[in-house]
Design a protein around this ligand. Structure first.
Ligand SMILES: C[S@@+](CC[C@H](N)C(=O)[O-])C[C@H]1O[C@@H](n2cnc3c(N)ncnc32)[C@H](O)[C@@H]1O
Length: 247
């Protein structure tokens, strides 16, 4: 594998400041993935008072799309990222939403998030599960922060992913949707399904896929999901947490 392919692969997992990171953000994430981000937000059926989480928001296209659904209500959008570059990028592009207290973005990995149990009405992520450090602990953590009745959506373009994989760009990730879906069911998510859709926002002909997972009811008590650490953490005061870096 060439050094450049490896660098692109690493930057897909955790974009860094530099030529490759800049190129990926501007030529791929912002241009080619924006329709996936916007459709993921749309498919979450976000209501004006909803709390919504995006995992791995990249430059922030999905955060802005989700904001459109809560701007008239009391809802709020939250996002987590492991890339400092993406956090800085989105904090600039979404500056106004952060100022209005309609958006909070944090440097945090999906498998350990600073949110109370049963916080979110919906969760979405795009081109992200491929890179999670442990599918099991990541999905358990997402399950914990979702409310009963909440839905999670991820959108993807399998054809494009397979082409990228054949070129070696997923050396540091695993795109297999089946692995993701089986893990969702094992974690306790219900109605896990993949739908084959066409873009309804920009280009009617552009195909993509969406994987849905729901939580209808949660077990009354399950010590595996107990969250002693975040028990008393007020979501509005996440800024005070020492472990996480908000912007
Ligand atoms: C290929 S990029 C996709 C960015 C954006 N969602 C899009 O589709 O344009 C993957 C993103 O997921 C983030 N990411 C990777 N692992 C993560 C983790 N464990 N927790 C949160 N975010 C993660 C990366 O930093 C990166 O910004």
């Amino acid at each position: 594998m060439s050094g450049l392919v490896n660098l692109i692969s690493l930057n897909l997992k955790n974009p860094q400041k530099g030529l490759v990171g800049w190129w990926l953000v501007n030529s791929a994430f912002k241009k080619r993935n924006a329709y996936l981000e916007e459709n993921a937000a749309r498919l979450c059926n976000i209501q004006p008072d909803h709390r919504v989480l995006e995992i791995g928001f990249g430059p922030g296209c999905g955060l802005k799309a989700a904001y459109e659904y809560v701007k008239e209500g009391n809802g709020k959008i939250h996002g987590v990222e492991i890339s400092e570059y993406m956090l800085e990028f989105a904090s600039k592009s979404c500056h106004q939403l952060i100022q209005q207290n309609k958006l909070q973005i944090l440097l945090s990995s999906v498998h350990h998030m600073p949110f109370n149990t049963d916080t979110f009405d919906s969760v979405f992520h795009v081109n992200c599960y491929y890179f999670w450090p442990s599918m099991k602990s990541s999905l358990r953590e997402i399950y914990r922060v979702m409310k009963p009745g909440a839905v999670m959506v991820t959108t993807l373009n399998l054809k494009r992913l397979k082409i990228m994989q054949s070129k070696g760009y997923f050396k540091h990730g695993n795109i297999d949707p089946l692995r993701y879906m089986v893990a969702l069911e094992k974690t306790g998510f219900e109605n896990v399904r993949i739908e084959y859709l066409k873009d309804s926002l920009y280009d009617e002909k552009k195909p993509y896929q969406a994987i849905f997972a729901e939580i209808k009811e949660k077990p009354a008590y399950d010590e595996e999901f107990e969250d002693v650490e975040y028990e008393n953490l007020d979501i509005k005061n996440n800024e005070k947490s020492e472990n996480f870096k908000p912007l």
